[in-house]
Design a protein around this ligand. Structure first.
Ligand code: PLP
Length: 361
C-alpha cells in the first residue's frame, strides 16, 4: 500500500485517498479519449460533463435551495474579500463586519477599498478567543449585509449559532465549508476557497442568491462581476479544469459518505476526540478558546512550555503525524481535521498525545 501520512495541514489539506487513486487511474487517458482532461478544450463535451456534474453536486450536497446559484471563480477566498463589496455595495451603502480574527480582518481591509465597512462586533478585547452571540452584534441602520467568518482557521473558533440579524448574512466559510447545514434563508452569499474542505487550490466556490444579482451591474472589469459568471455558468474564460474535476470527485465522495448530515456528525465526533483528550489531561494540554466557540475543524492547543511544544512537534513528525505546528502568528499547536481526515488519524493523534504526556508530564 502507498505510504499515507496523517496530514493535519490547515490548507491545502488531506483529501480522500480513494479520490486520489481514482484520479490517478483516469489521468493520462481520460475516458478513452487518448488525452488527459487538463489537455482538452474547456468547451469539449467531456469537460462540460465534469463541469456540470461538479456544479450540480455542490448544490445537492450542500442542500442549496433553488433561489441560489453556484459560481466557480479563481483567486481563492482572498479575491472574494474584494468581489463581495465590489458587487453587493456597487450602488453605495454600507456593510457590517464581525471582526473575529485574522481572516475577518483580511476581508475588512480589502473591503474598505470598495465600500463603507464598519465593525459590527470586535473580538479584539478577548483576543479573538470566542465568537459573538447573536445579540452582541450591532447592526447599524441601512446596512446592506453582515459579513461573518464562520470558522477562524488560525484562532480555532467557529460560530456556534448563526446570527439572527435583520440584514442578509454574507459568510466566508473557507475552513468549514460543507461541514454543517446552514439556514439559507438568512444568507445572500456564501463563499470559500475550496482547498480546505473540498479539493485542491485554484478557486473559490460562491453560492449567491440569484435575485441579488438581478439588481446589480457593477462598473468593474468583467471577471470581477458575479452577474457575468452567473450568465456564463462559470465558463466566462478558461476555468481551472483540474480543480473543478477534483472538487467534483470529492463532492461525489461526500455524497457517498451520506452527505452534509454525515459530514456534520463526523466532524463533531472527530473534534470531540481531541477536545476530550485536552480536557482530560489535567491542564497539560490547554485549549485557549472559549468552550462554546471551539472549532470542529481547527483544534488549537498549547503545552506547558514552548520547549515541550518543540519536542511534541518533533516527535509527532517522526510518527508520521504531520503539520501540527500552530500558525506562526499565534504559535502553539493546531490540528486541522477537515472533512476528508479519517477518524483513525484523529485517534492516532489523540493516542500519541496521551502517551507524550505520560512520558513528559
Ligand atoms: C484559508 C482561508 C482564506 C484564504 O483562502 P485563499 O483561497 O487562499 O484565498 C480565507 N478565509 C479563511 C477563513 C481561510 O481559512
Amino acid at each position: 500500500m502507498t505510504k499515507r501520512a496523517h496530514n493535519f495541514c490547515a490548507g491545502p489539506c488531506t483529501l480522500p485517498v480513494e479520490v486520489l487513486e481514482e484520479v490517478q487511474q483516469e489521468f493520462v487517458n481520460y475516458h478513452e479519449t487518448g488525452m488527459s482532461l487538463i489537455e482538452m478544450s474547456h468547451r469539449a463535451r467531456e469537460y462540460d460533463e465534469v463541469h456540470r456534474e461538479a456544479m450540480q453536486l455542490a448544490i445537492e450536497v450542500f442542500e442549496v435551495p433553488d433561489d441560489f446559484s453556484v459560481l466557480f471563480i479563481q483567486g481563492g477566498a482572498t479575491l472574494q474579500f474584494a468581489m463581495v463589496p465590489m458587487n453587493l455595495l456597487a450602488g453605495g451603502g454600507k456593510a457590517g463586519y464581525v471582526n473575529s480574527g485574522s481572516w475577518a480582518q483580511g476581508a475588512m481591509d480589502d473591503g474598505r477599498h470598495y465600500g463603507n465597512i464598519y465593525t459590527a462586533w470586535d473580538g479584539a478585547e478577548n483576543r479573538y478567543t470566542r465568537m459573538p452571540a447573536g445579540d452582541e452584534i450591532a447592526v447599524e441602520n441601512v446596512t446592506r449585509y453582515l459579513h461573518i467568518t464562520s470558522n477562524e482557521t488560525i484562532g480555532g473558533i467557529r460560530f456556534f449559532e448563526w446570527p439572527s440579524v435583520d440584514v442578509p448574512i454574507v459568510a466566508d466559510m473557507s475552513s468549514d465549508y460543507m461541514s454543517r447545514r446552514i439556514p439559507w434563508e438568512r444568507f445572500d452569499l456564501v463563499y470559500g476557497g475550496v482547498q480546505k474542505n473540498l479539493g485542491p487550490a485554484g478557486m473559490a466556490m460562491v453560492f449567491v442568491r440569484k435575485s441579488v444579482l438581478q439588481e446589480i451591474k457593477p462598473d468593474v472589469a468583467r471577471y470581477l462581476r458575479y452577474d457575468v459568471h452567473l450568465d456564463k455558468e462559470s465558463l466566462f474564460n478558461t476555468p481551472p479544469v483540474f480543480t473543478i474535476y477534483m472538487v467534483g470527485k470529492v463532492l461525489k465522495w461526500m455524497k457517498e459518505q451520506g452527505g452534509i448530515g454525515a459530514m456534520e456528525r463526523r466532524a463533531e465526533k472527530k473534534a470531540a476526540i481531541l477536545y476530550d483528550t485536552i480536557d482530560n489531561s489535567g491542564g497539560y494540554y490547554n485549549c485557549p478558546v472559549d468552550e462554546a466557540s471551539r472549532s470542529h475543524m481547527n483544534i488549537v492547543f498549547r503545552l506547558p512550555s514552548e520547549n515541550r511544544e518543540k519536542s511534541f512537534l518533533q516527535e509527532t513528525g517522526a510518527e508520521n503525524l504531520l503539520n501540527l505546528k500552530g500558525h506562526r502568528s499565534v504559535g502553539g499547536c493546531r490540528a486541522s481535521i477537515y472533512n476528508a481526515m479519517p477518524e483513525s488519524s484523529v485517534r492516532a493523534l489523540a493516542g500519541f498525545m496521551v502517551d507524550f504526556q505520560q512520558r513528559n508530564g
